[in-house]
Design a binder for this molecule. Structure first.
Ligand code: SAM
Length: 314
């Protein structure tokens, strides 16, 4: 079997919309902060090659290895870096990357991570509770589930999972500890929710698993830290595109872009501006961009995707 045939598949979300937003042209320079399985990266590389340059970052060494294979036709044009995107500015300095024409974040988890049982992301596949994007990093989902207090667990599941039954779930987790596997955790959640009203189409453990993944990988804090670094790395007219999959993530992106695009931060009613705030970005789409029903039908994992775009001012 050829390498190409054995590569895992990840259907890139909002691909046409991202390409329209980033406007890659021959010779362009781009950073893909979440290169994953290289889907968006390949589409950018097709437009900018052979004279352009794409830097792909991912915290997950498996994603980097697969992207290396998938993007091997562009080996002269692409540089792949196994690192956390919170180090974006340092990586840019190390590789003399900036200023760039565009920066992309496609947040969250890849199909490779979800579909590889040993990574412990999915309640559909029984495995050790792990959920780390980077398997070298310290804290696992098992550490949180087995060490946090009932109150801490309830708070985390409520905040990151937006789960209204968080207290019942936390109590059930405490009663069932030690919990070693994804199946044991899913069972504890199901026990906690037995008898509660129907929860629609999603599995009862969906929100709890998402909350744990966000906590394990410090996803919200990392996003805030990384976004702040982006304006300085873009050339004037360069574009920032961010796809998020969670309302808290999308709120962070929206607030960051609005703040960077605001010309004055003085309290409402102030006559003479004294804040000294200088806008660095311009909003390209005031309304968030969502996948079409056709895309959701062909790729249900795209259903919660939200794309926001901003452009670097002079
Ligand atoms: C949805 S996937 C990206 C898929 C990719 N756009 C494609 O088309 O194949 C998200 C990727 O972001 C990576 N990731 C998430 N948080 C990260 C972080 N803080 N630093 C670096 N990579 C991160 C994950 O490991 C995962 O591979």
């Amino acid at each position: 079997m050829s390498v190409a045939m054995s590569l895992p598949v990840h259907v890139s979300v909002l691909l046409d919309e991202v390409i329209t937003a980033l406007q890659p042209r021959p010779g362009g320079r781009f950073i893909d902060c979440t290169v994953g399985l290289g889907g968006h990266a390949a589409a950018i590389l097709e437009e900018i090659s052979p004279s352009g340059r794409l830097f792909g970052i991912d915290a997950d060494p498996d994603a980097i290895n697969i992207s290396k294979d998938r993007l091997s036709d562009y080996s002269e044009t692409v540089t792949l870096v196994n690192d956390n995107f919170i180090n974006l500015e340092a990586i840019s300095k190390r590789y003399h990357i900036h200023p760039v024409d565009g920066i992309l974040f496609d947040l969250g988890v890849s199909s490779l991570q979800l579909d590889t049982a040993e990574r412990g992301f999915s309640f559909h596949l029984d495995a050790h509770l792990d959920m780390r994007f980077n398997p070298e990093q310290g804290l696992t989902a098992s550490d949180i589930v087995n060490r946090f207090s009932e109150q801490e667990l309830a708070k985390l599941i409520e905040r990151y999972g937006e789960e209204r039954h968080s207290r019942r779930i936390a109590r059930s987790i405490i009663q069932n500890r030690p919990i070693a596997t994804t199946a044991e955790l899913a069972q504890s959640v199901q026990q906690a929710l037995a008898g509660s009203t129907r929860r629609g189409r999603i599995h009862p453990a969906t929100r709890t698993f998402m909350a744990l993944r966000i906590a394990v990988n410090n996803e919200l804090q990392n996003l805030e830290l990384a976004l702040k670094q982006t304006p300085n790395l873009l050339r004037p007219g360069g574009r920032l595109s961010v796809i998020s999959y969670h309302s808290l993530e999308d709120r962070i992106v929206k607030q960051f872009m609005r703040h960077a695009a605001t010309s004055c931060l003085c309290p409402p009613g102030t006559v003479i501006c004294s804040c000294g705030h200088v806008p660095t970005l311009k909003l390209i789409s005031r309304k968030v961009i969502k996948p079409t029903s056709l895309e959701i039908e062909s790729n249900p994992r795209s259903r919660s995707a939200r794309l926001r775009i901003a452009e670097r001012l002079n």
